[in-house]
Write a protein that binds this ligand. Structure first.
Ligand code: SAM
Length: 130
């Protein structure tokens, strides 16, 4: 099951209509609410997270989701490129990713806006198997 969150009613309605048209409505729990609150409340666990809402809140979304992200799970975020002078929380978000142990992050720049892709590795190092 996929959970999506949208705060704007018109966009939420459009998303639901698109999902219906594509025959995917039953696979998606589309919520109309403030993600600042709901992300904190959702139980998880999550295999994959895509963040594309308010950039100044990215770090908070990550902090709220990370304990509920499965080992081997992936947190991604859109528009993380600093090239076009984007600030607004992106630097803080990227710095935070770097500070998290067991997290491996790459930035995909195939699209100019940039997508961060962070994998949650195993919390314990595997014992040496010599
Ligand atoms: C760049 S758009 C991306 C929309 C969608 N991912 C898409 O590709 O069509 C960002 C969306 O985040 C929504 N948004 C911004 N702040 C939000 C919040 N606090 N909670 C939920 N949605 C929010 C906006 O209303 C907007 O529709």
């Amino acid at each position: 099951m996929v959970t999506t969150i949208e705060i704007d009613e018109g966009r939420h309605k459009q998303a639901v209509a698109n999902l219906k048209e594509a025959g995917l409505r039953h696979y998606v729990d589309a919520r109309l609410t403030d993600a600042h609150e709901l992300v904190r409340q959702l139980k998880g666990p999550f295999d994959f997270v895509f963040s594309d809402a308010d950039k100044e809140w990215y770090k908070n979304y990550f902090v709220d989701v990370y304990p509920k992200l499965k080992i081997g799970g992936c947190f991604t975020a859109h528009n993380v490129s600093m090239r076009r002078g984007r600030g607004g929380g992106i630097r803080e978000f990227l710095d935070h990713l770097e500070s998290v142990p067991h997290l491996e992050t790459t930035i995909n720049t195939d699209s100019r806006s940039g997508i961060s892709i962070s994998y949650k590795g195993p919390l314990e190092k595997k014992p040496d198997t010599k």
